[in-house]
Write a protein that binds this ligand. Structure first.
Ligand SMILES: [Cu+2]
Length: 737
């Protein structure tokens, strides 16, 4: 029996019990999201066990009576299945991403500036009243945009985090013939399927309050200013029971200064904005190819040519996403809709499949525009959601192993279809779930696995493409770029993307099913099986000139760069929280042990590692055991995987490029190497099972000193609606230096 959700045929009594338990848990989540209840309180009240589990109390877990029968100490979780109101699979078109408009900098009022804009405005009484700064970025020189004068923004993009509303300005940047016939002028209500209820404003909070999810297009060498407004409700209680109205926006693996990284403690309030400055430079910008003489390091010039740029072209990145990083509320906020994608374009990955200049890899995209064609380059955001009895989205902590939804969505649509032509397509697949892993395969009508060409992992094109009959398990936040060649099928054929990865709880994948098992419909996991239907509708109007070259982007050569330092991080349960700082610290079962020290719960005022600027290090990430899988994200620098469990032979082909999320798997270790250069400040390392992250599996590391041989810990920001104050770091680990 599934431990995630009750089966449809569970007894009425059991369903009632499960619903009552679900509602009780929802109340706990709500009280915590309002700040009226802390994890310390839960511990005191005996609702939470020392190991971080929801206590086996009747009325909280529907499985209480069968705990001993289930064996073991883990408390299974359960909730009634989400109602679907008659929505069926593959009965609605998949909307393509909504592209945010790129404007000139003059669009922005007030004009952006290097240091945070501290102009005072009245603060809503629900936030304490008085006056506070219009920009929520911490003030002063430490949080000023680094090298602002060298990288004046050339483009601005503006968005407002807002409650759910109808989208009257959907712009997919492609004709409706390439968007399964969707007419963008009709207005898109915020719902996951036409038969599912429209979401109440405070059940879903997205960019501009609308679906589909948003896409930003950026180009190397063209600094971009992303102004993010917080338009969420003033009152922390106006959240439909989950999600926090303060946000911090992380451009997931942007190679930018820390003031633009969405630091977990640099959050901002309703009514404020935060200017994120993304210079979009190649790593090594200030130390390699500084004369910009290498054509491979380049960017589209807008008219068929290239502009050379400094840096190492082997560090060129492609598929990013950005999402909330609010301290201890990331899982709820990302789940609630704070997730968007960011495509980066370069001379190599130009988004034009025709230009033949010896640099452009000519990956499937289109030809009409000089760069950034989306015709055959499609973003796919995979996420599992859950609905209450009224069909409104809800969030349940169950226990702190993780949160699983039972409704599979692509681009926030329930099991949609997508019309394709007989040619090659690129899909940029993002796992945007809270705790769920996916394993994606392609099935033909008779259920046979079809080849998928994987071309990138995380933001990075591979040295060479890899053809697979099923992708690897894809951890939370990982991006897999794939190419599917539909030319070998006939008009009228239907193919499906299938999820082979079965979960029983939020700990880790329970099983990787065979295609036949996944298609049989016998899995108790409602998110297993077909989730996206491709309908082959026509031949392309012009021949497909796109390519998947045998050589794409070789890894940066680090062989001549000495390793300055090695560090070990162990990801564990049973964390201690020595800090009592009420602002920067959090209590939770999860934590990280650094260089042999004890397992510590998160405190964004603690500095756990401080690499020396301009050096290379080797970091080994160790799973402390217990049967959890932790996808670990190290911010800012792309790494290369050197070994799994101590051996390079254990690293599969698709992990041999650069990465930013490193799967620990249920046991073992992974060894990675990174350089630290170009930008500084306070960054993070954490588990991207965001329930683990929020329950204290997160640390701060720091890059500071401009190469000086000592650490100067930066002051920790403490945001309030009336302005950000600073405090000295609570702690610097003795091994940090
Ligand atoms: Cu984890």
């Amino acid at each position: 029996m599934s431990r995630i959700y009750l089966p449809w045929n569970a007894s009425k009594r059991r369903q009632r019990e499960a619903e009552r338990a679900r509602q009780n848990r929802v109340e706990i989540v709500r009280e915590m999201s309002w700040g009226r209840l802390s994890r310390r309180d839960l511990l005191k009240m005996g609702l939470l066990t020392g190991a971080g589990m929801l206590a086996p109390i009747g009325g909280l877990s529907p499985f209480v009576s069968s705990v001993s029968a289930e064996g073991g100490s883990s408390i299974p979780t359960g909730a009634p299945r989400s109602p679907l109101f008659g929505a069926t699979a593959f009965s609605q078109p998949m909307p393509r991403f909504d592209v945010l408009q790129r404007g000139p900098l003059s669009c922005l009022t007030p004009a952006p500036q290097a240091e945070a804009n501290q102009t005072l405005m009245a603060v809503n009484p629900a936030l304490g009243g008085g006056y506070g700064p219009c920009e929520g970025r911490p003030p002063g020189s430490v949080w000023a945009h680094q090298r602002w004068d060298e990288f004046p923004p050339a483009v601005c993009v503006e968005a407002t985090q807002a409650p759910a509303t109808t989208n009257w300005s959907y712009n997919p940047q492609v004709a409706s013939t390439l968007n399964s016939g969707i007419d963008p002028s009709h207005g898109l209500p915020l719902r996951f399927h036409p038969k599912l209820p429209t979401q109440n404003p405070n059940n879903v909070w997205t960019f501009n309050g609308t679906v589909p999810p948003k896409l930003v297009q950026g180009r190397y060498g063209e600094p971009l200013l992303f102004r993010h407004h917080n338009g969420l409700p003033w009152d922390v209680r106006d959240n439909a029971g989950f999600g926090r109205h303060t946000i911090s926006t992380h451009e997931h693996n942007g190679h930018h200064g820390a003031e633009n990284d969405g630091f977990t403690g640099a959050f901002f309030f309703p009514g404020q904005f935060y200017d994120y400055h993304w210079p979009i430079v190649l790593a090594g910008h200030f130390s390699m190819n500084t004369a910009a003489s290498d054509r491979m390091a380049s960017t589209p010039d807008g008219s068929g040519g290239l502009i050379n740029i400094p840096g190492d072209w082997h560090e060129t990145m492609s598929t990013h996403w950005f999402h909330d990083h609010m301290f201890s509320f990331t899982s709820q906020n990302v789940y609630k809709g704070n997730a968007a994608m960011f495509n980066l374009y370069s001379g190599l990955d130009r988004g034009n499949e025709e230009i033949n200049d010896g640099v452009n890899l000519r990956l499937p995209s289109g030809t009409a525009k000089d760069w950034g064609n989306l015709d055959y380059d499609v973003n796919l955001m995979l996420a599992d959601k859950a609905f209450d009895r009224d069909g409104q989205m809800y969030f349940d902590i169950f226990d702190f192993d993780g949160f699983l939804g039972d409704v599979m969505t692509v681009n926030l649509a329930y099991r949609p279809y997508f019309e394709v032509e007989r040619r090659k397509y690129r899909f940029r697949v993002l796992n945007a779930s809270v705790s769920r892993f996916f394993k994606v395969a392609l099935a033909n009508a008779s259920g046979a696995a079809q080849p998928i060409i994987q071309i990138a992992n995380d933001g990075n094109l591979f040295p060479s493409p890899v053809t697979l009959l099923a992708l690897d398990e894809q951890g939370i936040a990982e991006r897999y770029d794939i190419v599917i060649d539909f030319s070998q099928y006939r008009i009228g054929d239907k193919l499906h993307l299938v999820n082979l990865c079965e979960h029983q709880d939020g700990k880790k994948p329970a099983a990787d099913l065979t295609m036949a098992q996944a298609l049989s419909g016998t899995s108790a996991d409602p998110c297993v099986g077909r989730f996206l239907e491709f309908r082959i509708v026509r031949d392309p109007a012009t021949p497909d000139v796109s390519q998947v070259p045998a050589v794409m982007i070789p890894n940066p050569d680090l062989s001549n760069i000495p390793v300055a330092r090695e560090r070990v991080f162990e990801f564990n349960r049973g964390a201690a929280q020595p800090s009592s700082d009420p602002i920067t610290s959090f209590i939770g079962p999860w934590g990280i042990g650094t260089d042999g020290g004890g397992t510590l719960a998160a405190d964004f005022g603690r500095v756990s590692a401080a690499p020396k600027w301009g050096t290379r290090e080797v970091w080994t990430l160790v799973n402390g055991g217990g049967g959890w899988d932790h996808p670990i994200h190290i911010h800012f620098e792309e790494g290369q995987v050197l070994a799994r469990n101590g051996s390079a032979a254990n690293v599969p082909a698709w992990e041999k490029g650069r990465k930013d999320v490193y799967r620990l798997r249920p046991a073992g270790s992974i060894t990675v190497t990174m350089q630290f250069r170009d930008w500084g400040g306070m960054f993070m390392e954490h588990c991207h099972n965001t329930v683990h992250e929020d329950n204290a599996m997160l640390l701060r590391w720091e890059l500071n000193g401009g190469g000086e041989p000592f650490l100067r810990p930066l002051p920790t920001p403490c945001p309030t609606p009336q302005g950000v104050t600073f405090e000295d770091p609570d702690d610097t680990l003795p091994t940090a230096r």
